[in-house]
Ligand binder design. Structure first.
Ligand SMILES: Cc1cc2nc3c(=O)[nH]c(=O)nc-3n(C[C@H](O)[C@H](O)[C@H](O)COP(=O)(O)OP(=O)(O)OC[C@H]3O[C@@H](n4cnc5c(N)ncnc54)[C@H](O)[C@@H]3O)c2cc1C
Length: 389
């Protein structure tokens, strides 16, 4: 059952309709087999991203002057939710791609925006966001990847990147790598941000991680062995990297919240349909209040999740502070996705535990939403700091 939407504009409604059409024609028929295949052979759905790119769905929230579609976050996130209701790995990919462009749209100079964004937002390219490291996960300030400045005095002309990033979505498939690296040891101001092209010499990739789910979201280590990067590709000032990373994550967390909501909606729809079909004791299992109330709680969780991300999106669209609300949305929506997908397996009974239905996949896919883009413990840290400061 498609979620009820109140779109702010007619254009937004058209975009949702287009997204639903693409999901029905291109995504839903492929997702089960593609996820199973990727678990075996690490295949990546490049052609699906190309389809979304051609339809303009890979660059919805970015400004029109740079090749984006200038859509409010309220619209963009509902599109992400729709995509997630069909194929979670792809929705996460759309959100990650948006995250990779955020530093340039928000902190880049006009020259950098003109030089980089038309290609990044063309719909033909996919980005990777390289922040985490093997020893720097929640504590990104402890990263050790270095960008060593080159040039004789004054402003650097280029940098050499040395180090290793971990858990990088799209690694090996991306066209560019938005990378954070240390340019000094100054506490809080030691990090800088670079857009590294995929064909830069010295950049290599580890083998894909064997994960619990989200198999079409290929995740690998990225190694930088003296990778040369022109100074024109450093986004923001030296030392501004932490602020850039955190600003991008505020926006990215909303993408994850929307995707988690779409995943939960699909699990709820599956469970509600099954509960009305499946007969035990001579009547549909949904006729038992014990089960009907479980479905009611699932509906309440999904509706609440959607409300939290839409509230944060509207603040963002109005140019207001939304960092706390983004953390609330990420925490609420991803915890809801975990609970709703787990309950969906329960509603389906033994069938829910088999690959005959997607409920078990939904449950595996939900788990990681509580971990990436800041674990839910880190969201609680962010929220409590806002409330208690
Ligand atoms: C499928 C997948 C895709 C990913 N994609 C990307 C990507 O594209 N780019 C990228 O940069 N990263 C990516 N990540 C990395 C992800 O963001 C990190 O896994 C996450 O930030 C947590 O870091 P960690 O795994 O090192 O856990 P740790 O930081 O080691 O945390 C382990 C546990 O300790 C808890 N913990 C840590 N510190 C605190 C604290 N102060 N208070 C309370 N609890 C705490 C955590 O909540 C967690 O439960 C991805 C991860 C996965 C699994």
């Amino acid at each position: 059952m498609a979620a009820t939407r109140l779109m702010p504009t007619e254009e937004g409604q058209d975009l949702i309709d287009l997204t639903r059409e693409i999901c029905d024609k291109e995504l839903r028929p492929r997702v089960d087999e593609a996820e199973r295949a990727a678990a075996r052979d690490e295949s990546f759905p490049t052609e699906v991203f190309r389809t979304l790119g051609k339809a303009g769905l890979l660059s919805l929230p970015q400004p029109e002057e740079f090749g984006g579609y200038g859509q409010p976050y309220e619209v963009y996130l509902q599109v992400v939710e729709e995509i997630a209701s069909a194929w979670m790995s792809v929705a996460v990919g759309v959100s990650v791609h948006s995250l990779t462009a955020h530093p340039v749209t928000t902190f880049g100079t006009p020259e950098q925006q003109q030089a980089l964004l038309p290609e990044m937002l063309s719909g033909d390219q996919l980005g990777a966001y390289c922040l985490s490291e093997p020893l720097a996960g929640s504590d990104i300030g402890s990263m050790t990847t270095r960008a060593v400045a080159e040039g004789s005095g004054g402003e650097p002309t280029a940098y050499r990147l040395r180090g290793r990033k971990a858990w990088i979505s799209h690694a090996g498939h991306a066209d560019y790598y938005t990378t954070f690296a240390r340019t000094s040891d100054e506490e809080g101001r030691g990090l800088s941000c670079f857009v590294v092209p995929a064909d830069a010499p010295g950049i290599t990739f580890g083998t894909p991680e064997r994960k619990m789910g989200l198999h079409c979201d290929t995740v690998r280590e990225v190694m930088y062995d003296d990778v040369p990067v022109d100074a024109s590709r450093r986004i923001g000032a030296e030392g501004q990297g932490m602020a850039i990373a955190l600003a991008a994550l505020d926006a990215g967390r909303l993408g994850i919240a929307a995707a988690a909501t779409g995943l939960a909606q699909s699990a709820l729809d599956l469970a509600a349909g099954y509960a009305q079909e499946r007969q035990q004791f001579g009547r549909p299992i949904a006729a038992n209040q014990g089960l009907a109330f479980l479905i009611a709680d699932m509906e309440a969780a999904v509706t609440s999740a959607r409300a939290t991300y839409l509230h944060a999106a509207r603040l963002k669209d109005a140019g207001r502070a939304y960092s706390k609300e983004a953390a609330v949305a990420k925490l609420t929506a991803t915890d809801a996705a975990m609970r709703v997908t787990t309950d969906a397996v329960q509603v389906l009974g033994g069938a829910g535990y088999t690959e005959d239905f997607p409920a078990e996949r939904y449950m595996r896919e939900a788990k990681v939403t509580q971990i990436f883009e800041g674990t839910n413990q880190i969201q609680r840290l962010v929220i409590s700091r806002h409330v208690l400061r």
